[in-house]
Design a protein around this ligand. Sequence first.
Ligand code: PHE
Length: 447
Amino acid sequence: MKIAQFSRFGFMISAVGAAVGLGNIWKFPYITGKYGGGAFVLVYLITVMLVGFSVMIAEMLIGYLGRRDCNTNFEHLAPRHKGLWKHAGWMAVTSTLVMMYYSVVIGWILNYIVVASTRLPASIAEAEVTFNTMLTQGVGTQIFYHTLAFLITTIVVAKGIKGGIEKFNMILMPLLIAILAIMFAYAMTMSSFSHAASYMFAADWSKLNSEAFAVAVGHAFFTLSLGYGSIMIYSASLPKGGNIVHSTLFVIAGDTLIALMAGMVLFTFLFQYGAEPAKGPGLVFISLPAVFYAMGAIGSIFAVLFFFALAFAGLTSAVSLVEPMVQYLIDKFDMTRLKAAIVIGLIFYLFGIVAILSQIEWSAPYLTWGGKNFFDWMDYLTSSVLLPVAGFIMAIFVGFVIEKERVTSVLKSQLGWSFPLWYFSIRYIAPIALIFVMLNLMGIITF
Ligand code: PHE
């Protein structure tokens, strides 16, 4: 089966679109707040540079050499034990699991575009009521906007790599960057800008425990979209001669820059109006709307722009989360793209409704196990458990299983003198870091 290809630039923008998502603007600021700021940011940045960089090259390489769905790529590239290795491709299932809650959050954001344009809450207390009412009682509202997120995503994916995904990213990503740049410029004029900078960059090591460490590594993977098959499946459509290393650098730089910018904007606004940074997942939906209200006229404009930007970030990632399993159905069952998109769409759509119900007051008790509801389980299972495993498998596969000549044939010229460094990192540094994360999760290593 031939996969329609991106243009080279379209590939880079789409890969940045996959990486820049709710992770950057919704998650990064609140986990930074939760784990105490600077030290956490530093560990995250170091992980992105050391582990994220080498694993992204590996994931792109597997896609680029394999050029098919994830299972077939592993099968095709493994010199021995093909039947076993093809199962590594099941890492792509993670992407659909993520969509089961990701689409719900995009739904909240779409709802908040409306909230922001009609009735911004006047205080944090009021904002809390607005958000919690939606979360614990608003079944209809949440399902409505989740349906919208499902429809947009499915239609774009059904239109294909070039006519759907690439085009969508080429329009939304520049808009997202423009909105963020305007808000960043405005934040720079505020007196709390330097407070925000010291909060994000001054490291207080005493706050950094092993959990924060593991979360930072997990988040580095999540935000770069590593270990989900998204980057692999996009790279399968990278035209021959496309540069993996340049693309990786571009994606990492873009993703990091946007996360840091979003963090600076959010923390500046919050500090300026005396709001607390560590508010958990509600940060963007509770503290921020109240702060926008306090900012007056400009605040109401920013509020709408901000939620649009967040929706753009989320949707461009969502299409990359749907694509891996869609490609699987196309390759394996010869399905048309439209049909494959509908099948995968319906799966995450229906489980998304379960995720919604798992937070609704009356149904939550039935959908909660071990202190976590279905929504939280999906988040935990995907970003904290499946992802380090997938990262580890890819690192071992590229570092030890694929013949070195195959790896060098593509990467030697692209990496130049740094090839041995990358090769060392993918064989030893990345796997060790990922083993550490897994041991930490099991409670075996903690500090
Ligand atoms: N990287 C995206 C984000 O930061 C999430 C994502 C993960 C998208 C995996 C695709 C694959 O929100």
